[in-house]
Design a protein around this ligand. Structure first.
Ligand SMILES: *Cc1c(COP(=O)(O)O)cnc(C)c1O
Length: 353
């Protein structure tokens, strides 16, 4: 499809890489494309970064028809820019779209617009250690009427933000509160879709945990509050008695690309990985008898986030003496090595710009 490019008249000054933070600074342009149930996708364009004009009755503002993705472009030592498994984000976006009755984007079109946009903005990819250009594709239903139904109009946008190193102060294990009241998602619901509504519903538990000095919550399943699902907005993995255990994708868990990549790396290094139901009782027993060796969250923003303490029903359990474990460190080194082009990508995950 032809992409009409309107360049910004004045380009912004690139920020100092020590002041980046997460998602506060945006590049000069954004990609936009519209969809209509009769016309399909049309009006693909790159325009100066700016506000989006919405009708007050727009579907997204009332019924939450919104999905998003998150991936990064990384600057290598030789100056080239590369993305990590972007096709997986495109496929997941389409699975989210199907769930929310939003339009899917043919894979080749989604890849074309993503690469065109990243190529145009690649100078914004910072080069300091651990920094990257965060890419945020998102789509929303945009009918200008209050009727409740699958939408006839939607808008797809990609914005980009140079982000600082997640671990600017070193990799410090986090404290996690096991949440036994609120749930993030239920089977049959939207847990496997990356949609804004899931986030809106999970903020209350996150805030409660924060008030008690915890970074995030460990979610239990929405039916029995018995099986472990995710940690905050990351997938979760445990090393129990030498084996790696991670909750199986049951429909209420977001299928993370970092999760998938960790599993591939772990298997490649000879670890036994079990994707299965893991109950809170089994985890509690492992914490009590000392067989829980490591625990970590995994997702694009942090890559891995070691868990140094778990709190369940008021009892605090330290994990690996509050330190990052060997397997967690190995995963971090291997994935970041591939992402920033420091080690060979034998999996074929990298896409150069
Ligand atoms: C995005 C997300 C993840 C992690 O997915 P990645 O593809 O690894 O970044 C995990 N859980 C939730 C709820 C998410 O939204």
């Amino acid at each position: 499809m032809e992409i009409k490019i309107t360049k910004a008249a004045v380009l912004k000054e690139k920020p100092d890489s020590s002041t980046l933070g997460f998602g506060k600074i945006f590049t000069d342009h954004m990609f936009m494309m519209d969809w209509n149930s009769e016309k399909g996708w049309y009006n693909a364009r790159i325009v100066p970064f700016g506000r989006i004009d919405l009708h007050p009755a727009s579907t997204v503002l009332h019924y939450g028809s919104e999905i998003f993705e998150g991936l990064k472009a990384y600057r290598r030592k030789d100056g080239k820019v590369q993305m990590f498994r972007p096709i997986e984000n495109i496929r997941r976006m389409n699975r989210s779209a199907e769930r929310l009755c939003l339009p899917e984007i043919p894979e080749d079109l989604a890849m074309q617009v993503l690469t065109t946009f990243v190529e145009l903005e690649q100078d914004w990819t910072p080069s300091a250690e651990g920094t990257s250009l965060y890419l945020r594709p998102f789509m929303f239903g945009n009918d200008e009427s209050l009727g409740v139904h699958a939408v006839h109009n939607a808008t797809y946008v990609i914005i980009a933000s140079p982000v600082g190193s997640y671990y600017a102060e070193g990799i410090n294990p986090v404290k996690i509160m096991i949440e036994d009241q609120d749930v993030r998602a239920v089977r049959g619901g939207t847990g496997y879709a990356k949609c804004g509504g899931n986030y809106a519903a999970s903020n209350r538990a996150g805030e409660r945990a924060a008030q008690q000095g915890y970074s995030q919550v460990l979610w239990l399943d929405g039916v029995e509050r018995k099986y472990i699902e995710e940690v905050g907005a990351m997938n979760v993995m445990f090393k129990i008695g030498g084996k790696i255990v991670t909750p199986m994708l049951s429909g209420s868990i977001l299928p993370g690309i970092t999760r998938m990549s960790c599993i591939a790396v772990l298997k490649d290094k000879g670890f036994e990985v079990e994707e299965r139901l893991l109950s809170i009782d089994e985890l509690e027993a492992a914490m009590e008898n000392g067989t829980l060796e490591e625990a970590w969250g995994c997702g694009t923003a942090a890559v891995v986030s070691p868990i140094g303490e778990l709190c369940y029903k008021g009892v605090k359990y330290p994990v690996n003496n509050g330190e990052i474990g060997e397997v967690t460190q190995m995963l971090y080194d291997t994935l970041t090595g591939i992402q920033w082009g420091k080690i060979e990508d034998k999996f074929g995950w990298i896409q150069e710009i």
